[in-house]
Design a protein around this ligand. Structure first.
Ligand code: FES
Ligand SMILES: [Fe+2]
Length: 370
């Protein structure tokens, strides 16, 4: 798990100006709410008075109210009201909680969980075809998986499992000429991607001897942006394309909340949405059944504990990126978080910590860069 990336915190419907939305990401609780202008805010959930959970409170006058002693916190994380101090006194300067940059897109409230200044932040992935003519977005689907999110992203970057795991998709097979070669993976500043030719036996035989059989060819591939966004591109023909986006929020070391957005250029009738969502979820369930049984739960830190082959190239690239981000000091120290979390209140440091001091909660432990 890494700080300094964008994470989905809730759907637009979940984040309201009435009841706080509680989420857990990177092992820590967050609270999201909306002000009267409709702007969403995401704060650390821990009230710095004596540890109440803001997400269990309520929203009043553009503030989230702690249910323990009624302290109020504005969207910028500052405490605005303490009911038990005199009206002439101001809340102490330390009465502040971390407040994170927010972007709302595709019906999802995303927060940047980290302290990087705006110009240094990795981008939130732009779905260019969203609301574009000729494309239709399925209703956003959110589901939880009892698996570590990096296992889930790696599963998406693995073209050789489809033949075995996905009968619901027609068990697509990589074409023989690419099956045994290292994947041609292209690196970008914040992620990598590959495209390969598949043959889908649901549409014909394996041998490609006739034009009809050639029509069964599908160009498909996947990529990741940052550690927690996975994209799949499936092109069955020029006017028959699927783009699928998985924005993943690691709840903790073994649970993930996945926000799934699917875009398509065919069957554009809204009445098709439900049927297509059903198929997508059936396919996702086939993956989940595998993911929830992997050993160990998280990927081993060293490659000698697996036998990686040419077809695993995209996974290898993904792990190189993770290593780079670890070298920047962004990887959460899971062991320390696990052993000290009961005694120490942690928060992911927000950008304000770069310019103001005196924060009550400790920054979430990260692996040292040395
Ligand atoms: S713990 Fe939140 S107001 Fe006291
Ligand atoms: Fe899969």
């Amino acid at each position: 798990m890494f700080i300094n990336f964008w994470y989905p915190i809730g759907t637009s419907e979940e984040v309201t100006n009435d009841k706080p939305h509680r989420a857990q990401v990177l092992g820590l609780r967050l609270v999201a709410f909306r002000d009267d202008e409709g702007e969403a805010h995401v704060l650390s959930d821990v009230c710095v008075h004596r540890g109440g959970s803001l997400g269990k409170g309520w929203v009043r006058d553009n503030n989230v109210v702690c249910p323990y002693h009624g302290w109020r916190f504005a969207g910028n994380g500052r405490c605005t009201t303490i009911p038990t101090i005199s009206e002439d006194d101001k809340p102490p300067a330390r009465a502040k909680v971390d407040s994170y940059p927010v972007e709302e897109r595709y019906g999802i409230v995303f927060a940047f969980l980290g302290d990087l200044p705006e110009e240094e932040r990795p981008p939130l992935h732009e779905v260019e075809e969203y609301q574009q003519e000729g494309w239709r977005a399925n209703k956003l689907v959110v589901f939880e998986v009892n698996a570590f999110y990096e296992r889930s992203i790696e599963n998406g970057l693995d073209p050789s499992h489809n033949e075995f795991v996905h009968p619901a998709q027609g068990s697509p097979i990589m074409k023989a000429d690419v099956l045994t070669k290292p994947l041609d993976v292209q690196d970008n500043p914040w992620g990598s991607r590959f495209l390969v030719r598949f043959f889908n036996p649901a549409y014909g035989t394996k041998k490609f001897e006739t034009d009809d059989q050639m029509a069964a060819e599908v160009i498909a591939g996947s990529g990741h942006i940052g550690p927690n966004t996975m994209i799949t591109w499936i092109k069955m023909s020029e006017d028959n394309k699927f783009h699928q986006y998985f924005f993943e929020a690691p709840i903790d070391e073994s649970h993930t909340r996945i926000f799934f957005l699917s875009m398509r250029t065919f069957m554009l009738d809204p009445e098709m949405d439900e049927r297509l969502t059903k198929v997508s979820l059936l396919i996702a369930q086939e993956d989940i059944d595998i993911l929830e049984e992997l050993t160990p739960v998280r990927t081993p830190g060293i490659t000698t504990k697996e036998v990686l082959i040419a077809a695993d190239q995209a996974v290898v690239h993904y792990r190189k990126y993770l290593k780079d981000w670890q070298d920047k000091g962004w990887r959460v120290d899971l062991a320390k978080l696990r052993t000290t979390g009961g005694d120490i209140g942690y928060a992911v440091p927000c950008p304000d910590r770069r310019t103001s001091s005196n924060w009550v909660l400790d920054p979430i432990p990260t692996l040292s860069t040395v």
